[in-house]
Design a protein around this ligand. Structure first.
Ligand code: SAM
Length: 346
């Protein structure tokens, strides 16, 4: 805060205080289908009409819609019959289920899973570890055993994580010219959003999604069309099972899940498997070296505390891990979006 006026009226504190109310309003409007209904409707709708179509109370819906207007997620028009609501461009593009850039599943994962873990943030800071036992009553000994505590949770996770690649995937895959790498393994490739971006940008590439067997099964059944022959699958545990030889290994949001010793173990294994001249592409959100931000990455690092075993890191922290595993010629590219790219060579 720079001036006394700011201290007299600490608006920023009120904003932070209300941060979770804002999130919940957006999640609730998404979950109830407000944005989907307004996308499908011929024109703006009244609050009563929306409430009736979505099976909610009239009083609750009116307040929800007004709050969405305040948040610029909806527009409103006053007519003689009353208020009529419509989607903004932002909500049409990102908050409707049918949009190719939909973030609906990501928001639902936040609302239904991450939100519950954050209830125990104070405990997470005290304990220095994730909060699966308190939040969901499951052991956190096996991280992905806890994350995938039911098939339903695993599928929600896969949809939730995949959503961001429709916005940021092209930028991270295009951050370096990867055209020389034709045999690519996406380790922990999950639902395949990045694999799809990769084959679409590099016509000579094939990408193998390497992931835990039950994740691969769901990726095949629900995410990657069977006619997509340039995407193949490999079921395995990258800590325990062999990693096949390839030109390039993608590790997108993998290292941030794990503490340094596990990262080192995995990177050393990849280095051994890699062809000479081969590469490893890390896709992560990067912290500033001087600890000043970006705030999104700092928030995600807190999330790694409540939800995983790792943390977000700076470019120099990733470079150190890569160098220790034997990689060289390390280059860092910031994309200006949420996720950045780091390339190392064997
Ligand atoms: N790369 C994907 C992305 O960025 O959307 C998914 C990232 S997610 C945070 C971590 C992925 O690693 C999940 O798909 C998970 O199933 C996979 N994974 C975790 N442990 C694994 C292991 N031991 N072997 C193989 N895959 C694993």
């Amino acid at each position: 805060m720079s001036s006394t006026q700011d201290l007299d009226y600490p608006q920023i504190l009120f904003q932070y205080n209300n941060g979770f109310l804002v999130s919940k309003i957006m999640f609730t409007a998404c979950e109830l289908g407000v944005f989907d209904l307004l996308l499908e409707s011929e024109g703006p709708l009244s609050s009563d009409a929306i409430a009736e179509r979505l099976g909610t109370s009239a009083s609750g819906m009116e307040r929800l819609l007004d709050a969405c207007v305040g948040l610029k997620l909806l527009g409103v028009e006053m007519k003689s019959e009353g208020a009529f609501y419509r989607n903004t461009e932002l909500s049409n593009l990102y908050l409707t289920k049918s949009s190719p850039k939909s973030q609906y599943h990501n928001l639902m994962y936040y609302s239904k899973t991450i939100y519950l873990c954050w209830h125990y943030l104070t405990d997470a800071v005290r304990d220095g570890k994730n909060q699966y036992e308190r939040a969901f009553g499951v052991s956190s000994k096996d991280l992905f055993g806890a994350l995938y505590r039911s098939e339903e949770e695993m599928i929600k996770f896969m949809y939730g994580l995949n959503a961001i690649w429709s916005i940021c995937g092209r930028d991270v895959i295009a951050a370096f010219d990867l055209s020389a790498f034709t045999v690519i393994y996406d380790l922990g490739g999950c639902a395949g959003g990045l694999a799809q971006e990769c084959i679409s940008l590099y016509p000579n590439s094939t990408v193998t999604i390497y992931d835990l067997p039950k994740v691969v099964q769901v990726a095949k059944e629900r995410f990657v069309p069977p006619e997509e022959h340039r995407i193949t699958f490999h079921e395995g545990d990258f800590f325990k099972d062999p990693i096949p030889e390839a030109d390039l290994y993608i590790l997108a949001r993998i290292l941030h899940d794990w503490a340094d010793d596990k990262c080192m173990q995995l990177l050393a294994k990849i280095h051994k498997a890699s062809k000479p001249g081969g590469g490893v592409l890390l896709v992560e959100t990067l912290l500033n070296e001087d600890k000043t931000g970006p705030i999104e990455t700092q928030l995600y690092s807190m999330n790694m505390l409540v939800q995983a075993e790792g943390k977000e890191r700076t470019p120099s922290e990733y470079s150190k891990l890569l160098t220790a595993a034997g990689f060289r010629e390390i280059q860092v590219k910031k994309t200006g979006k949420l996720y950045d790219a780091i390339l190392g060579r064997k």
